[in-house]
Design a protein around this ligand. Structure first.
Ligand SMILES: [Zn+2]
Ligand SMILES: [Zn+2]
Length: 117
C-alpha cells in the first residue's frame, strides 16, 4: 500500500500536537502512553504510525526511503517536535546514541549533519 501524501498527514500531526508538553530541552513530549519500545504510536485511517516518524515526515516533507529511519537529533524517544527529527540510515541513527549519552560532556564533538541537539 502506497503511503498517504505528506500533505494529508499534516492533519494527524496537528492532532498529536494537541497532546504535547514542552520540556526544558525544548522537546515536545506527548502524553500518549508509549509502546514497550519507548515510542509513541497513533492510529490514523486504520493504520498505526509512530508519532516520531510522522514528525520526521513533517520536517523533511517526504517519506523515508528504503533503509532510512526517523532519527531524533535530541535523543529523546518521546519527542515529536519536527525540528528535532531527521530521516537517515539506521546505521547513522544508531551513532547518535553516542552523542546522546555524552550530551553533558563539554568535550563532546558532534560530527552529525544535521547536528545532535
Ligand atoms: Zn526533542
Ligand atoms: Zn551527534
Amino acid at each position: 500500500m502506497a503511503p498517504p501524501p505528506v500533505s494529508d498527514m499534516a492533519s494527524i500531526f496537528v492532532q498529536i500536537g494537541g497532546h504535547t508538553e514542552v520540556n526544558a530541552q525544548g522537546c515536545h513530549i506527548t502524553n500518549y502512553v508509549p509502546a514497550a519500545n519507548g515510542y509513541v504510536q497513533v492510529r490514523w485511517r486504520g493504520v498505526k504510525y509512530y508519532c516520531h516518524l510522522l514528525a520526521a515526515v513533517m520536517q523533511m516533507q517526504r517519506h523515508p526511503m528504503p533503509g532510512e529511519e526517523a532519527s531524533h537529533l535530541c535523543g529523546d524517544k518521546r519527542c515529536v517536535r519536527p525540528s528535532h527529527m531527521t530521516l537517515e540510515s539506521g546505521a547513522l541513527n544508531k551513532t547518535r546514541s553516542y552523542c546522546a549519552y555524552f550530551r553533558e560532556d563539554p568535550n563532546l564533538v558532534c560530527l552529525h549533519d544535521p547536528a545532535c541537539l
